[in-house]
Structures are given as C-alpha cells and as structure tokens.
Write a new protein. Structure first.
Length: 362
C-alpha cells in the first residue's frame, strides 16, 4: 500500500467521525441519536459522552496529523487480514485504532466489544473504506488463521481468554494507567486540569490518571489532595459520574477503607481523594478516585513505582523538565495536566511494546 493510499483510507475515517459530531459549518453538534446510544452502551453520563465526543474523539485531526499517524501506524500487513478486537473502556477509542489498521492493511476485520460497539460499527459502516468490515460475533473471529494478524485491545481477562486461540501474529494492547506527578510548586490551575483528566471516561481509559505522586512536604501533599477533591466534586455537578458496575463500587469501597487506615480521605457520591505517605503506592480503582502519595524525592518516587512500570502508559506533569526527566527511558505518553486524555493523533495511543511476545500486563 502506498503512503497516499494509506493516508486516504485513514482520512476517510476521520471525515466520517467529523460528520457525526459537527454541523455543516464545522461546529461541534453531535448526532443526538449517537449520543443516546453511547450513553446507554458506555455507562457514562450524557454529559460525559458529549465531553468525550468533543474533546477526545479526533475529528479535529489535520491532514498533517493523519500523515503522522500513517507513518507510525505499525508494520504493513501484506498477507492475510488484519483483525482488530476493540475494548469498551474508552467509547471514542475506535477511531484511532481503525485509522491505524486501514493504513496498514487492505483487509481489516473489526470486532468491537459487545458492551460498547456503537461508534466502531458506525465508523466502519459509514466510512466506505474498501476491505473494512464489521464482524457480527466473536465466533466470526479468524483466530485460528495462521495468516491473520490480530490486534487485541482489552482487559487482562480478555487477553488471557483469546491469546491461546490465536495461531497467527498477535499484538496486545492490554491494560494501562496514567500517573500524575505533582510538586510543592504545583498550582491550583494544574490541580483543576488534573481533575478534568480524571473525570474523562470516568477514569476507565488506559491513559486515565489512577495514581498521583507528590514530591515534597506531607503538608503540601495533603493540601493538594484536598484541592483536587474540591475540583472533582465541583466537576461532578457539571459532568455527573456515570453508572458504576458492581465490581467498581466494591473496589471503591475497599480503596476508601484502605485510605482511611493509611491517611486522609475526602469523599462524596461523585468523587474521592486520599492522601498517604506510605511507601507502597497502588492505583486507585476507576470511578473518579485518586490517591496522592507524598514522598521526599523523585528518586524515592521512582523506586516506589518500579513494580508498576509494566502498567504505566501515561505521565502528566506541568513542569516540563520534570515531565521529561521522570522515569526517563520508559515509553510513556507525556503531557501537561489536562491533556492526558487528548494525546496527539500520531499513531497508536499506547507507546508500550505490543509485539507478539508482549506479556498480558505490559
């Protein structure tokens, strides 16, 4: 496939996404039916869906953005189909995954998650890209085809279920989480920006901040945690928390219990923030909850985080030098706070290794 053809195929998907969420003047005006369907399928609130479509769906991608994505999409597939298995945790993720896929292969078979197939199916059906088609059920997946290249986006459970069935080449985009890096100099505006990153997708995405490390004094760390809770609680009135699954409610309750035992907790029906100084940071569950862990140095913070490195996919920090220097050499999406959920349209969102020998947790 020539670069120009790959660009045209990916551009058709971006144009389709734009047609679904803008009016004839290019202003954000999403299809009401699409919003309703996504709200029902995703579990997000109506306001959460609108935010995702306006800010996270890459309908705004420029021609140069698409060319960059095509360059970084991945190795070309010249034999057999490219099979895409999509996850449901980020309702807008299908556009980027599909654009990368059609830039790599002439035949692309798509199996969206049965929990949220709305946008993926609409993009495939409306884009008119040759060789791109939806699969009706998991039984239609050609996992036993040794010529098929399977790109799997999903939870660890999904990966463990499907991985043994794949006879061809497998690329795994497994679970991930975002990390926020704070200091004593972190401003209130940065805390507000972090809150917006947490609210997006109700914290279910692989770039969602699920952990914050604060380098500085315990007093300042506690104050930052209190500020963050105030911002999350305020945003909850503007963009309500969506529907939680029973497992999410249970994980939240356990995390709150642990937070109270180890430090301070601020909570409301729509948000929760904890502050701890123990040297064993762990990711918060989804549902707009975050623990701020305070330590005295970046070196100790990096040592704390070592067991979690295979899961880390994004780093948010408003100090540019710290953002680039922290966990240097680890392939993370690095951004300012407030932009963690809106990465450049420059290739797969996950920069961690995802080749055929990748581990489930990588």
């Amino acid at each position: 496939m020539t670069p120009d053809r790959a660009h045209a195929r990916a551009s058709a998907l971006v144009a389709t996404a734009k047609s679904l969420v803008t009016d004839t003047e290019g202003r954000f005006s999403p299809d009401p039916g699409l919003c309703r369907a996504l709200t029902e399928a995703s579990g997000l609130s109506h306001e959460g869906v609108r935010w995702a479509l306006e800010h996270a769906l890459e309908w705004w991608a420029t021609d140069d953005d698409v060319r960059t994505l095509v360059t970084n999409a991945g190795p070309a597939v010249t034999e057999g189909p490219l099979v895409i298995v999509l996850a449901a945790n980020v309702t807008t993720a299908a556009l980027r995954a599909l654009a990368c896929a059609v830039a790599r292969a002439e035949e692309v078979l798509v199996y969206p998650s049965s929990r949220d197939a709305v946008l993926a199916r609409r993009l495939v059906e409306d884009a008119g890209v040759t060789g791109l088609r939806n699969l009706a059920s998991r039984d239609d997946l050609p996992l036993a085809n040794p010529r098929a290249r399977v790109v799997l986006y999903g939870s660890a459970d999904t990966v463990r279920t499907l991985r043994p069935l794949v006879r061809g080449t497998l690329e795994i985009h497994g679970p991930g989480l975002g990390l926020a890096l704070l200091t004593d100099e972190t401003a209130r505006t940065s805390v507000a920006a972090l809150a917006r990153d947490i609210v997006a997708f109700d914290q279910r995405g692989c770039l969602s901040p699920r952990l914050a490390v604060h380098v500085g004094s315990p007093e300042r760390g506690r104050a930052l945690a209190a500020e963050l809770f105030g911002e999350l609680d305020r945003l909850g009135a503007i963009c309500p928390l969506g529907t939680l699954e029973e497992s999410e409610r249970h994980a939240r309750a356990l995390a709150l219990q642990t937070g109270r035992a180890l430090g301070d907790v601020w909570e409301s029906p729509c948000a929760a923030v904890a502050h701890e100084t123990v040297a064993a940071p762990s990711p918060a569950p989804t549902a707009r909850m975050l623990t701020v862990h305070t330590t005295t140095s970046r070196e100790s913070a990096e040592a704390w985080l070592a067991p979690l490195l295979p899961l880390l996919s994004a780093l948010g920090c408003d100090d540019a030098a710290a953002r680039e220097g922290f966990l240097r050499g680890i392939p993370l999406r690095r951004s300012e706070l407030g932009a963690m959920q809106r990465p450049r349209f420059d290739g797969p969102v996950d920069r961690r290794p995802h080749g055929p020998d990748a581990d489930v947790s990588r």
